[in-house]
Design a protein around this ligand. Structure first.
Ligand code: AMP
Length: 193
């Protein structure tokens, strides 16, 4: 099993690149943002609670997200591996993920961190807001999401750096260029499927 975290701030291209990586290497894609939006869309109790945080650009509480990830991992026991997109976003989530994977006799092999300058992030997110219908892609909420990223999520990079698992990847090129840079790292572990 090969497990990868695609890390980076909002708008760094995690979602787009996760789909490219999933298709090329046949990994199971787990996006907590997508899972949460699905719950919100179905108006489940979890979704109703999560929406309050998402609409404000705040992180949803750890225990909600960790529970969701745990059941998602259990759904595909025979996966070639997982690509985690938008998770973990706090140190507590990273520690919980380590425990979940250890229980399955596996681990995170590499964390690829997409590096994109902040003005470019804002431009991308506002552009997405114009077309995506996402309620959190407006100027005020974007600023809060970036603030949450700096205070709560950036320390997660340090957590994996200490284990020698963090690789920084330039993410401000076009989709194809960035995918090539990511694939160079993944190819060290795994052949395209
Ligand atoms: P994303 O689609 O990854 O940008 O996530 C959209 C929103 O969902 C975030 O702004 C958070 O409110 C929430 N969210 C997604 N993933 C997580 C996570 N791992 N921990 C806490 N909140 C999350």
């Amino acid at each position: 099993m090969f497990n990868l975290i695609l890390f980076g701030p909002p708008g760094s291209g995690k979602g787009t690149q996760s789909i490219n990586i999933t298709n090329t290497y046949n990994l199971q894609h787990i996006s907590t943002g997508d899972l949460l939006r699905d719950e919100v869309g179905r108006q489940t109790p979890l979704g109703v609670e999560a929406k309050k945080y998402m609409d404000q650009g705040l992180l949803v509480p750890d225990e909600v997200v960790i529970g969701m990830i745990s059941s998602k991992i259990d759904e595909t026991p025979n996966a070639r591996g997982f690509i985690f997109d938008g998770f973990p976003r706090t140190k507590a989530q990273a520690e919980a993920l380590d425990k979940l994977l250890e229980f399955k006799h596996t681990q995170i092999h590499v964390v690829l961190s997409l590096e994109v300058p902040e003005p470019e992030l804002v431009t991308r997110l506002l552009g997405r807001g114009a077309t995506s219908g996402r309620s959190d892609d407006n100027e005020e909420v974007i600023a809060k999401r970036i603030k949450e990223y700096h205070s709560k999520t950036e320390p997660v990079a340090g957590y994996y750096h200490n284990f020698g698992k963090l690789e920084r990847v330039k993410g401000d090129g076009n989709i194809e260029e960035t995918f090539k840079l990511l694939a160079k790292h993944i190819d060290k572990y795994l052949q395209p499927a």
